[in-house]
Design a protein around this ligand. Structure first.
Ligand SMILES: [Zn+2]
Length: 259
């Protein structure tokens, strides 16, 4: 959530390649949340209650994971009496187990048969969405993202053809030197992005330069070159951590740009 206008926010998001939603605070929302400085983050549970508040760098993965355990977006309906054991597996993200149990259920008729089909279709659709995300990420050579989804599929669909296919693909990728090279370069690029978030632009530029040389030809090298061009264009090396305007903008302010 930002207190700036869409005209200011949109170019910034585009330039950073941000793939998340940003809301514009037009009605004093930040005041209602008691926000006095930025960045200020809130972790809100599926029941709408605030679970955590603070600087975003202080929230732990464990705290986020605890909230995510309670959320299951696709299966947002109450399962019928016959399907409670399957629901429990779905909530635990044991989709392979749920699908196997569902396949074993025989002699269903009427509403039960319809419900079994809906759950089965949803499970299948959920797996297909994830598989499509893997394909999409691999196509754009974003292998870190693809590997993460494959590992998730392998775990959540254990004992099922979906899980086996994911494990098999991951195994093939581990033996693929070109993909491993992409992954290694991708990790370095992520470190560079982390440095930029801490306004350490000189260190980030150093790392990006190293990626373009040592990992030429990878997607990360392309992104590193784009980042270097952006650092140059925005005079980010002139960023002054002691300047309120630089910090507020998250980039070099006009005064320091012209220095
Ligand atoms: Zn400044």
């Amino acid at each position: 959530m930002s207190d700036e206008s869409p005209g200011t926010i949109e170019p910034w998001l585009k330039q950073k390649g941000a793939a998340y939603a940003v809301a514009v605070d037009g009605g004093g929302t930040s005041a209602k949340y008691g926000v006095s400085g930025i960045p200020d983050a809130f972790l809100i549970g599926p029941d709408g209650k605030i679970v955590w508040q603070g600087h975003p760098s202080n929230v732990t993965e464990k705290e986020i994971e605890a909230v995510l355990q309670k959320v299951c977006v696709r299966f947002d309906y109450v399962f019928g009496a016959k399907f409670k054991a399957i629901e429990a597996k779905v909530r635990k993200k044991d989709f392979g187990g749920a699908a196997a149990d569902l396949a074993k259920m025989a002699d269903l008729s009427g509403n039960d048969a319809a419900e079994a089909k809906r759950i089965s279709d949803d499970l299948e659709g959920f797996a297909k969405d994830k598989q499509a995300q893997v394909e999409e990420a691999a196509k754009s050579r974003e292998y870190a993202e693809a590997v993460e989804i494959l590992a998730e599929l392998g775990k959540q669909w254990k004992g099922h053809a979906v899980g086996a296919a994911a494990d098999e693909k991951l195994k093939g990728w581990k033996a693929d030197a070109a993909i491993q090279k992409e992954l290694k370069a991708g990790q370095l690029f992520a470190q560079g992005a982390g440095l930029e978030e801490k306004f350490q632009f000189a260190q980030a530029a150093g790392l990006y330069t190293q990626i373009t040389k040592a990992h030429a030809g990878t997607r990360a090298a392309e992104k590193a070159q784009e980042a270097l061009d952006r650092i140059q264009k925005e005079a980010l090396l002139k960023f002054d951590p002691g300047c309120g305007n630089c910090k507020k903008a998250g980039k070099t302010c006009p005064k320091h740009r012209s220095k």
